[in-house]
Ligand binder design. Structure first.
Ligand SMILES: Nc1ncnc2c1ncn2[C@@H]1O[C@H](COP(=O)(O)OP(=O)(O)O)[C@@H](O)[C@H]1O
Ligand SMILES: [Mg+2]
Length: 316
């Protein structure tokens, strides 16, 4: 179905029952303890505004008429982290069939490959120092260690495409052989020093909606020695008091990201390590652009705002 064939959708004053919104989830999440706590809250806000909301699995068995929805929101398609090829195929098919996908496909593709961090770093965004490793060269990797200092002098290796710390592992200098073997098996990865400031100052997650700051949380560190089960976002706490300096770094980061994209994403989450010793005070760890967790159990008003933003886009 092409764009011209869709039912007209209107918002505020017109028949909202005509507005069908798909919240895209997964048949099963990569880890059994992952939950999407935002989904029922967002669904309720949309339904409360008269929309028909359907939760649809991107990887389900039943064919779905994706283009028949006025808005398709990538809510928790997190099984894609274990089937990136299948998900890329699904995205291409959504482009071909004219699905009204929020976020747009270019945003989702950019967010599916952590090499965007290096591009943002090149644009002057303060990022966690990041090295791309495509070939696991022993001498080169050894050379990354002597710069490490501080209370936790380790390197974190992460696949270039991952969420929820899937596949992330930490290595000491004594574990260089294990790091080399790990990277050979893992394929293209990024390697970063462990930023120990996170253990004291936590991580700052900033949810952006339609290009503006919606809300912010701090989160506990996720890589905890001896704790193999990793919570998705441990101990989120509302953080209402963004400083002017933090605001500057957030806007600088978002502007650099936005410059890489054709259209405004509906929503992204910018995650920074809070590091008061660094010149900017914040170091970007990740820009979650595929399907960011938004901590709506802590932010009911912001959940309502996102529902409004979705319906405004559905009606556009
Ligand atoms: N370089 C690092 N220094 C300190 N903590 C890190 C580092 N890299 C990852 N972590 C921890 O692991 C978590 C997941 O890493 P992240 O880069 O956000 O990858 P993912 O895309 O898998 O969520 C972070 O929220 C943070 O707690
Ligand atoms: Mg993360």
């Amino acid at each position: 179905m092409g764009a011209a064939d869709r039912e007209p959708a209107e918002y505020r004053g017109c028949p909202l029952t005509a507005v069908r919104v798909a919240l895209v989830s997964s048949r099963a999440f990569p880890m059994p303890h992952w939950h999407d706590y935002d989904l029922p809250l967002l669904a309720a806000e949309l339904a409360g505004r008269g929309a028909t909301v359907e939760v649809v699995e991107w990887d389900g068995d039943t064919p779905v008429a994706w283009a028949s929805y006025q808005a398709v929101v990538l809510q928790s398609p997190w099984s894609m982290w274990t089937d990136l090829t299948g998900f890329a195929r699904w995205l291409r098919a959504r482009e071909d069939d004219g699905t009204r996908l929020l976020n747009p496909v270019d945003t989702v593709l950019l967010g599916s490959d952590k090499r965007y961090l290096l591009r943002l770093g090149d644009q002057g965004v303060p990022i966690v120092p990041t090295t791309l490793v495509e070939e696991s060269d022993a001498a080169y990797l050894k050379g990354l260690f002597p710069d490490l200092a501080g209370p936790r002098p380790t390197l974190v290796a992460k696949p270039i495409a991952a969420g929820g710390a899937l596949g992330a592992r930490e290595f000491t200098a004594a574990e260089l052989p294990e790091l080399i073997a790990h990277l050979r098996a893992a394929g293209p990865s990024i390697v970063q020093p462990y930023i120990a400031a996170i253990d004291i100052h936590r991580e700052l997650g900033v949810v952006m909606v339609d290009g503006s700051i919606s809300h912010a949380v701090t989160k506990a560190p996720l890589l905890v020695p001896g704790q193999p089960v990793r919570e998705l976002h441990p101990d989120p706490q509302p953080y209402p008091g963004l400083t002017a300096q933090e605001g500057r770094v957030i806007h600088q980061t978002y502007a650099a990201l936005r410059a890489m994209l054709t259209n405004e994403p509906l929503s992204v989450r910018l995650d920074f390590v809070v590091d008061p010793a660094s010149p900017s005070g914040l170091l970007l760890l990740e820009a979650e652009m595929v399907a960011p967790v938004k901590f709506f159990p802590l932010f009911p008003a912001e959940c309502a705002n996102l529902a409004e933003a979705i319906l405004a886009r559905a009606a556009a």
